[in-house]
Design a protein around this ligand. Sequence first.
Ligand SMILES: C[S@@+](CC[C@H](N)C(=O)[O-])C[C@H]1O[C@@H](n2cnc3c(N)ncnc32)[C@H](O)[C@@H]1O
Length: 280
Amino acid sequence: MKPDLNPDEFSVFQKFLVDSCGILLSNGKQYLVKNRLTGLLKESDYASIAQLIAALRIDAVPSKLRTRIIDAMTTNETFWFRDNSHFEELRNVLLPAWAANKTGGPLRIWSAACSSGQEPYSIGLCVEEFFRYGWTGIKRNVQIIGTDISESVLAEATQAVYSEMALSRGLDGNLKSRYFERYQDKWKLKPEVADRVRFQQFNLLKPFAALGKFDIIFCRNVLIYFSEELKRDILARIAKVLNPGGYLFLSSTESLPSGLDSYEIVRGATCRYYRLKPAL
Ligand SMILES: C[S@@+](CC[C@H](N)C(=O)[O-])C[C@H]1O[C@@H](n2cnc3c(N)ncnc32)[C@H](O)[C@@H]1O
């Protein structure tokens, strides 16, 4: 049987992917490339994956198609309140601590690989619930920024419209009835939460400075696709855009790679996360 891609083609594709978005494709994943790119070929001028890879080799693929390839190769699995203990910590510890500091400015939170929006909107729901039940003053400014490399997931995130099935993955029934309204045969998040979140296409390989500084960063379930070296580089750069005493959440199955001394571990009620160490 003809192999999906020959070893040379596969290594050209591996290099394209790691250089353009950091994703490491391990050997033996030829079938994955074939599965994910076959659909794209129909919309392109290339007759085969081999032809497409030949064009990638000489950097001749139009940028729109390159974006579509990256889109096709990303894994966008996400759901509401994933690793719920992180959101409990936000609601019960971090938001009250920020609110108690009356002289502080706006709270800026970055969801650094936000997929179709469930992560930044779960943060937004925590903030709204905190203002509703844990706060007696006027609402203060909380900005949530969701970024992702994939344009197609960002288009979904911006719409804030989800199927019944998508909502059933992690969203509590009370939050659903309080903050979602019927939209055709789906559900739309109400503006009081949706408007707090701004989305932007952003590749974690690029410099972060233009995004500004943040108090809390969620960077969950994305670094697992990168090399140890790239993970370390991204986490070191994240430390530079955290405000003093700012917090970082990785997923519950991830941990900091060795050799990073900018963070200290915070042991929360039911989870652990990280705080930027004070400068010496
Ligand atoms: C598995 S999802 C995680 C979503 C969410 N953070 C969560 O934990 O549920 C990983 C996301 O990382 C994004 N991604 C992959 N490489 C990226 C890169 N270089 N820059 C920004 N986002 C990237 C993918 O498009 C995908 O939406």
